[in-house]
Design a protein around this ligand. Sequence first.
Ligand SMILES: NC(=O)c1ccc[n+]([C@@H]2O[C@H](COP(=O)([O-])OP(=O)(O)OC[C@H]3O[C@@H](n4cnc5c(N)ncnc54)[C@H](O)[C@@H]3O)[C@@H](O)[C@H]2O)c1
Ligand SMILES: Nc1ncnc2c1ncn2[C@@H]1O[C@H](COP(=O)(O)O)[C@@H](O)[C@H]1O
Ligand SMILES: O=P(O)(O)OP(=O)(O)O
Length: 299
Amino acid sequence: MGVDSRTFVYPRSGVENGSFITSREELEEVRTRLTDHVRATVEDADAAGVVVAMSGGIDSTVTATLAVDALGSDRVLGLGLPCHKTERAAVSEARTIAEGLGIEFHDVQLRPLLAAFEETFAGELEEASSAEQPTQRPNERNYAIGNAVARFRMLCAYYVANRRSRLVLGTANRSEWLLGYFTKYGDGAADLYPIGDLYKTEVRALAERIGVPRRIVNKEPTAGFWAGQTDASELGAPYEVIDPFLTRIVDERLSIEDAADELEITLETARTIALRCSETAHKRTLPPTPGIDGRTDLR
Ligand SMILES: NC(=O)c1ccc[n+]([C@@H]2O[C@H](COP(=O)([O-])OP(=O)(O)OC[C@H]3O[C@@H](n4cnc5c(N)ncnc54)[C@H](O)[C@@H]3O)[C@@H](O)[C@H]2O)c1
Ligand SMILES: Nc1ncnc2c1ncn2[C@@H]1O[C@H](COP(=O)(O)O)[C@@H](O)[C@H]1O
Ligand SMILES: O=P(O)(O)OP(=O)(O)O
């Protein structure tokens, strides 16, 4: 899995020293910036408010909390959208948070939607694929279904946005963003990303600062595609390792080797993380057009 550090170039972001925003003063400043941004974006769009899908995890809890800070509780609507039995506890947690924030919350089971999808489209395709691609690993189907569920959630959020004149808040943070660790046009689809500039490390610090309960701050991050899936096991390292590495290769533009050296992590881990960044660049840009007569001006 070789990554050539010379070919991995990412635009500078303005973070010069790779240190994280975790002090009280910095967090207060950031909190104001983020809530101002939510308020201004909603006002500019002439929207009635926002909708946020809430999993009971730290990212969606922080996002919903900031939205209430920015707009008031009556302009924030939360959605709990479980699909698997294992998500019951998480969504009941999301309801508790929503009640604490005083926001409208709807908890809708997506299992029947997935069952109908499996029975109709996915089942039909499965029969065709097994003949066509006998070497596909079973896990690949788990990913495809997990991504489909993330896109059902996106469908629900945008339905609410259409019906209630709201904007959809994305919950992705900068670590997930840089790693492409989200479903393209699923949880990655949104009108704005309030915590999109913050590394997971910083989201945790902000969460504590704004009073998110410890049990949520300390929860193991998971995409929830299957029981036992965790970000750390899939990404090959926890965010405590990933974030300092990302700041070095992305913000400080160190080479993969120098960053690995500085942080005393193995080259294999470093290359795995860097490869995720480079291979998922397509998730962070608008899809390309051929550019006939230089007509890329709308993008
Ligand atoms: N934040 C979270 O915790 C969270 C949430 C959801 C998903 N996830 C994780 O995100 C991942 C999602 O899976 P994925 O990335 O395989 O699926 P995806 O659907 O998000 O992206 C893959 C698709 O992108 C397109 N694509 C691939 N390479 C391309 C290229 N070079 N140019 C243009 N388009 C290209 C193709 O359509 C491909 O099917 C999983 O690892 C999942 O666990 C994490
Ligand atoms: N069960 C869920 N209900 C509502 N929203 C959910 C649920 N699971 C995930 N989401 C949304 O998707 C993002 C990313 O999810 P991960 O748990 O990090 O994969 C999450 O922040 C929610 O907005
Ligand atoms: O996106 P969330 O809220 O589900 O958080 P996490 O990614 O930490 O599970």
